[in-house]
Each structure stands twice: as structure tokens, then as C-alpha cells.
Design a protein around this ligand. Structure first.
Ligand SMILES: [Zn+2]
Length: 166
């Protein structure tokens, strides 16, 4: 599984899973899954559990598994906290990103390769495109990108503050 941390994210935290994938980390997420399955997968793959459920968190810890109890509601705070505990990067490099929808790996593709697969205005306006090798979804740094960068800027700031407190 490499040196990079990999995660399994508990139900109700789908947005956290999407962020971890965009940041480039192998992250499993299921809308419905029993706690014992999460524990088993975490143990099998060496994944870090991310949950809001204190009971699950405590069970994981008792089994010697790595688990992060997320009590924050704000995404920037959540990402900063995960970074503090695991050392994840708080910037996005799409060449390393995973598909936020399916966790597949992304590959950079030519503009010509996405002709007809993205809206015409997107094709005309952007030059960098990435394709999910699993589900085929195409990504580019669209209008939502500023919001993503803003959240990450904030996360990095909170992270520095948290580190200062130790
Ligand atoms: Zn995908």
C-alpha cells in the first residue's frame, strides 16, 4: 500500500472521503457499512479509520488500529486535524489525486482526448484535463477551484495554529 496513509471513512462523512481522495489518498467510503466491517477492512489493509462515532473509535483503539475521531463540523478544521495526526498534504496536485467519486486513480489526458466528453465551453476554456481510470469521469480546474483552494488555505492556517499549541 506504499508509505502514504490510506483511510476508511465512516458513514455520514462522505464529504471528508471526497476531500481525502482529492488530496491524493486512497480512501474507502460506503454509505452503509457495519462497524465490524470497517474494523475488519482497516485491519486487513492497514487503513486509518475516520469517524464521528466515539464507540467505533474506542473499539478500533482497543484493537490497536489507528482511528481519528472527528468532532469538528468545519471542513478546514477537519482537514487540519487529520493532517496533524497523519501528516497528509494540505494541497492538491491533480496528478496525484484520486477520483472523489470512486477512489480511482486519475491520469492527465490531452485536451483532444476529452473533446465531446465535456461541455463545449469547458473544452474551449481549459487546457488541463484528468481522467479517472476507473469510472471515466473527467476533471479540470473549473469554477469551483477557488473554493477548494480557499478551504485548503484555511486548513493550512489552522494546522499551523494547532501545531503551535503543542
Ligand atoms: Zn472515478
Amino acid at each position: 500500500m506504499g508509505d502514504e496513509p490510506a483511510f476508511i471513512v465512516d458513514t455520514m462523512l462522505g464529504n471528508v472521503a471526497r476531500w481525502l481522495r482529492m488530496l491524493g489518498y486512497d480512501t474507502l467510503y460506503y454509505r452503509r457499512i457495519e462497524d465490524w466491517r470497517i474494523l475488519r477492512i482497516a485491519e486487513r489493509d492497514g487503513r486509518i479509520i475516520v469517524t464521528r462515532d466515539r464507540g467505533l473509535h474506542n473499539r478500533a483503539r482497543r484493537k490497536g488500529l489507528r482511528s481519528i475521531l472527528l468532532e469538528q463540523d468545519d471542513m478546514a478544521e477537519r482537514l487540519a486535524y487529520i493532517a496533524l495526526l497523519t501528516g497528509i498534504r494540505l494541497y492538491i496536485d491533480l496528478d496525484r489525486s484520486r477520483c472523489p467519486v470512486c477512489n480511482g486513480e486519475l491520469v492527465r489526458v490531452s485536451r483532444e482526448a476529452v473533446r465531446g466528453k465535456v461541455p463545449r465551453r469547458v473544452y474551449e476554456r481549459y487546457t488541463g484535463f484528468w481522467l479517472c481510470t476507473r469510472c471515466g469521469k473527467v476533471y479540470w480546474m473549473g469554477s469551483h477551484w477557488e473554493g477548494i483552494e480557499e478551504t485548503l488555505r484555511l486548513a493550512r492556517k489552522i494546522y499551523e495554529e494547532m501545531r503551535g499549541e503543542d
